[in-house]
Design a protein around this ligand. Structure first.
Ligand SMILES: [Zn+2]
Length: 410
């Protein structure tokens, strides 16, 4: 096992304080720090601490020792997941990810057309799907999946804008996936002057709704929409946001985003685990390329009842390690809480062997012991455990240790 040096990605929506605070470094940072990448993604692989080599290089050198036979065969000698710590100060773009088949076809199609991988208009950067699981470390707000249309009709009624009446009627007449597709398509293809007027009108309606009641059913939605208008005036993504579920996760709660789920992260710090892919179809809240026809092909318009992912104990009767239940082949995520005083949680926990593992410490500090080795993993630190290592046992250092564990499920 080895500690990883993880690259920080400086996107504009990132926080100047959250990742620095997590890692005990002085802040605010000179640039927004958006994501800490823990893994072997070719675009920015983690380095093995104290050596010149990357995790990507080490896996390539001896894939069977790193990943084990099973993962090598199933995932073409590559680590099939990427773990991130994500710190959103401002909303990310509204987006959806393709299914595996859509990604294979799209990648092939764009290669065939001779669109360069670096081109701004390129949608498919690889031939893989990108299911995502995000777990909150702080209260984490997001939008994901389409709200039940009957509720959205009620929201539009409460907003009370004359200008939105035809759209409300459209959805009321067809309160299902087809109605949502029709309304979303209408909005995202409107001339930009019409979008601007609608967004301005929406902002006024949200202000009025909040003036009437700060605690009503749609108050949190109205506050989110106002924040989006402020950041992206005239962007059709703000209209799309009217149709989506808005959720605020409590620390430890997670949501799973499967192919076709239209979503945007709004604010907060979280652990994200995903398949190794860069395939993103954007739908607004961004100055980047938006390919509307391709987005419409990928988005799943069926209404979604959004709820945190259920958890189960990793071992029968043992509550120290809890697994987020998401139906994915590439990865599984679990959360482990340890307590050096032994009052609240266990003092130590053994990690079952089998395949590659990455351990991220998100609170406190833990000591990992395996064979002759002992490694301290501080908050914000990540530990790589290859398949060939003996069993690793985590030991608590503080009374409030928290780690997340990424593995490839059997
Ligand atoms: Zn996404």
């Amino acid at each position: 096992m080895q500690l990883l040096d993880c690259p920080v990605r400086n996107y504009a929506w990132g926080s100047r304080t959250a990742l620095a605070e997590l890692r005990g470094q002085p802040g605010p940072s000179p640039h927004p720090e958006a994501e800490l990448w823990m893994g072997a993604h070719p675009a920015d692989p983690s380095r093995l601490a104290g050596s010149g080599s990357t995790l990507l290089g080490q896996i390539a050198e001896d894939p069977v020792a790193a990943l084990g036979q099973r993962v090598c065969e199933r995932f073409d000698k590559r680590l099939p997941f990427l773990m991130k710590i994500l710190a959103a100060e401002e909303p990310l773009s509204i987006q959806a990810h393709p299914s595996l088949q859509q990604a294979r076809e799209g990648f092939e199609r764009e290669n065939h057309r001779g669109i360069s991988l670096a081109a701004r208009s390129r949608n498919y950067k690889d031939d893989n799907h990108k299911p995502e699981l995000i777990v909150a470390l702080t209260p984490f707000s997001a939008m994901a999946g389409f709200r039940d249309p009957a509720s959205t009709v009620e929201l539009l009624e409460q907003l009370g804008s004359e200008r939105f009446v035809p759209y409300r009627d459209l959805l009321a007449a067809q309160p299902d996936g087809s109605g949502l597709r029709a309304l979303f398509t209408t909005w995202i293809t409107l001339p930009s002057s019409d979008v601007s007027e609608l967004v301005d009108d929406l902002a006024e309606s949200c202000v009025a709704l909040l003036a009437r009641s700060q605690r009503g059913r749609f108050a949190a939605v109205a506050r989110n929409l106002l924040q989006l208008v402020e950041r992206y005036p005239g962007d059709a993504g703000v209209l799309a946001a009217i149709l989506l579920n808005h959720i605020t996760l409590r620390p430890g709660e997670g949501i799973f985003l499967d192919a076709g789920n239209l979503h945007a992260y709004l604010h907060g710090v979280g652990v994200e685990l995903m398949a190794n892919s860069d395939n993103v179809l954007r739908g607004g809240l961004t100055p980047k390329h938006v390919d509307v026809p391709e987005l419409l092909r990928v988005v799943d318009f069926e209404p979604l009842e959004l709820a945190p992912v259920p958890l189960r104990n990793a071992e029968p009767g043992g509550t120290v390690e809890q697994v987020y239940q998401a139906p994915i082949d590439e990865f599984a995520l679990s959360r482990i809480e340890l307590d050096a005083t032994g009052l609240l949680h266990s003092v130590s926990h053994g990690l079952s062997r089998g395949g590659p593992q990455i351990i991220a410490c998100t609170r406190g500090e833990v000591i990992a012991r395996g064979g002759e080795q002992e490694v301290r993993v501080p908050a914000g630190g990540a530990l790589w455990i290859p398949d060939s290592d003996p069993e690793v046992i985590l030991h608590a250092v503080t009374a409030r240790d928290e780690v997340f564990r990424a593995v490839v499920p059997h």
